[in-house]
Design a protein around this ligand. Structure first.
Ligand code: DON
Length: 563
């Protein structure tokens, strides 16, 4: 009996152990009033200037989204899509889904040959890989409800950056060089992003056609992209490259307001993206699965935590593959997946002394192929409104197709569908009926823009790129702050690992494993694969004194600017 009550006390203490963030390591950039953290210093600069001019978090987010389309073309975009999760100063929350949709002419077997085999890389490269872009409609829709400065003020900085050029960073130059051959291969004309000699850091990238497209968006709003000249240029490009996006697709595209997904973790409210992202559901499953364990006591990146998190991740990603898809087309059992008893039962099979092989959880056989890019930014304005946006072209520079005359790249988001049941996509993720292709359906995503608050107000704004690793990177960032008491920059800097059920191995960043931890985990039955970097988390933490700490991921050019 005594033992039982001690256990009870421990469990309660553990459940209440929301660390109030003691700061043992140097903090990141501090803002007294506001903060913008994005993948590029110029984009963060644009956002912070909009806030200084009196713009709110949504104004800044819109300006950052367009700026990233210019200075971070690897993932920033007007030819892609994404998700926004936001929290108003009074605590009310919302989310907008501006994810791409399958074109009307898309069909379930469009990437299969007559024998039913997957047709090369058609869902990844070239015109057929593109979904109908949602980003511009998303920004127009957000602006319609929350914008406060003139629309033209939000577009002008990116128009100037495109027209006058900007200086490439090392990372920016490398990215362009890396995709050179594919740009040449898939495009129907000579694109400005390809030149004879390799790009060098310090060179200027000028994008005159993109600036004209942005001017049309500035002057005509939605019609500057989905109608008129830009639409004609998109359709001409489709004709040249045998793509299937039509005028009707562009005309019919609309983003969708969705109720954000809400859950609780150690007394904090977690606000995240519902389907068609799998991010929110999976994140809440992961947090729900681990909440009863003494994570802080197990120690950051120590074997008990790594084993436990891995075992939970396997089960959550197995659910993802079967149950998640576009809720407008498939009844996603969100409530069941998040049900406390369901999670308890599902996780009860976890053996703390042994890894469960993925095949014993569910079968499949997969392998991860190329490296990829997306981008996330987090913003808090002086009133305390917070916006988290993750946006993507899917792979590096999307399908690599540039729209001739319009200067922007198209996504290859179609690969996020399950092109064939059980066949892995580029992230090694498999899917089934819930995520099969259908006209106007949205492909399942892992993007997880997330906001955490508690009874005192806003706590964390967070998100990251990284394909299938997005969810577990956000999971770790949250645990790092809430359980391990890290500041935001420290939580972002911390080494990451990831398991997604299949393939059955723990993906680890270099140096995440001490010899001792690796040995122990191998003994439990785990395998490893190393990857240089996992994710680029850009996040903001509200410190106990109300100041904002930016956590900008040093794995890239990511930059926090606060004031
Ligand atoms: O929506 C998704 O889950 C993917 N298209 C995201 C791609 C991504 O994060 C690539 N980045 N590294």
């Amino acid at each position: 009996m005594k033992k039982l009550s001690l256990l009870l006390v421990l469990v309660i203490l553990n459940a209440c152990s929301t660390s109030k963030r003691p700061h043992t390591t140097p903090l990141g950039v501090i803002g007294r009033q506001a903060m913008v953290v994005s993948a590029h210093p110029l984009a963060s600069g644009v956002g912070s200037r909009i806030l200084k001019q009196g713009g709110n978090a949504w104004d800044a987010a819109i300006a950052v989204q367009f700026a990233l389309a210019v200075v971070y073309p690897v993932a920033g975009n007007i030819g892609g899509g994404g998700f926004a999760v936001f929290r108003e100063e009074d605590g009310s929350v919302g989310s907008l889904d501006f994810r791409e949709k399958a074109p009307l002419a898309a069909h379930r077997n469009m990437y299969l040959d007559e024998q039913g085999e997957v047709l090369g890389r058609k869902s990844l490269e070239g015109h057929l890989a593109a979904g109908v872009p949602g980003s511009v409609d998303g920004m127009v829709t957000l602006y319609g409800k929350y914008g406060s400065l003139p629309w033209s003020t939000l577009l002008q900085p990116s128009i100037d950056l495109a027209a006058n050029g900007f200086t490439l960073t090392e990372e920016g130059a490398t990215a362009l060089n890396r995709s050179r051959d594919l740009f040449i291969q898939v495009n129907t004309f000579d694109v400005g992003m390809v030149k004879q000699e390799p790009w060098q850091s310090g060179e200027e990238l000028i994008q005159p056609e993109l600036s004209k497209t942005l001017i049309r968006i500035r002057d005509q709003g939605r019609d500057g992209f989905y109608a008129g000249e830009t639409a004609s240029l998109i359709i001409d490009e489709m004709k040249r490259g045998q793509g299937i996006i039509s005028f009707e697709d562009l005309q019919k595209y609309h983003s969708t307001w969705r109720d954000p997904l809400i859950g609780y973790y150690r007394g904090n409210r977690i606000v995240s993206m519902p389907p068609p992202s799998s991010g929110g559901v999976a994140l809440l499953q992961l947090l729900g699965g681990i909440e009863s364990y003494p994570v802080a006591r197990y120690g950051h990146n120590q074997w008990r935590n790594m084993h436990l998190m891995t075992e939970i991740e396997k089960r959550v990603y197995a659910d993802r593959a079967t149950y998640l898809g576009d809720p407008d087309f498939y009844k996603v059992p969100v409530e069941m997946l998040l049900d406390t008893q369901y999670l308890k039962d599902r996780m009860s099979a976890i053996n703390l002394r042994k890894s469960t092989p993925a095949t014993a959880i569910k079968e499949g056989n997969v392998e991860v192929v190329e490296s990829v890019e997306t981008t996330h930014f987090s913003i808090v304005d002086p009133k305390g409104n917070a916006v988290a946006i993750t946006t993507t072209l899917n792979s590096y520079f999307g399908c690599k197709v540039m729209i001739k005359g319009a200067g922007f790249l198209l996504n290859n988001e179609m690969d996020d569908f399950s092109v064939k049941s059980g066949v892995p996509n580029q992230f090694g993720l498999i899917g089934a009926k819930a995520n099969e292709i259908a006209p106007e359906k949205r492909m399942l995503s892992s993007m997880t823009p997330t906001i955490v608050d508690d009874q005192d107000g806003l706590v964390i704004v967070v998100g990251t790129p990284g394909g299938s690793t997005i969810i577990t990177s956000v999971f770790q960032a949250i645990l790092n702050v809430i359980d391990h008491g890290m500041g935001m920059q420290e939580a972002v800097d911390a080494k990451r690992f990831h398991h997604q059920w299949l393939p059955d191995r723990i993906l680890v960043e270099d140096d995440v494993l001490s010899e001792k931890v690796e040995k122990k985990l191998r003994r439990l039955g785990h395998d490893f694969e190393s990857r240089g970097n996992i994710g680029r988390v850009d996040a903001i933490l509200v410190l106990p004194n109300g100041h904002l700490e930016g956590g900008a991921d040093k794995r890239g050019d990511d930059t926090a600017i606060g004031f």
